[in-house]
Design a protein around this ligand. Structure first.
Ligand code: FES
Length: 108
């Protein structure tokens, strides 16, 4: 097993200050463009399950579109709930393709 990077979007699909919902091997992931840097985290709110990609972004602070929990899109941490965070994913951009890190399957 090792880390591999999988293409999930093109950079021009992720508008600054907004979220974009993608799938990483069937798992819902939200991408955010913060000043040209792509951040990726689970696209499921830990409180009630809303899609976080449609939340309101200000810097790295994301407000959930449903009942308003705030997340840091860099760390996945929930503001005001110590110890609670959702998964984040390492992202990179190559030739305008957005790639996310995932574990490669074990060899057959
Ligand atoms: S669904 Fe996110 S705070 Fe309720």
């Amino acid at each position: 097993m090792g880390t591999v990077f999988v293409k999930v979007a093109r950079l021009d699909q992720i508008l600054p200050g907004r979220g974009t919902a993608v799938q990483l091997e069937g798992h819902p992931v939200a991408l955010f463009n913060v000043d040209g840097h792509v951040h990726a985290m689970d696209d499921t709110c830990a409180r009630c399950g809303a899609s976080l990609a449609s939340g309101t972004l200000a810097g790295t602070d994301l407000r959930c579109p449903e009942c308003g929990w705030h997340y840091d899109v860099d760390t996945g941490c929930v503001a005001g709930v110590p110890g609670l965070r959702i998964d984040t994913f390492a992202a990179s951009v190559e030739d305008s393709d957005v790639l996310l890190a995932t574990e490669s399957p074990p060899p057959p």
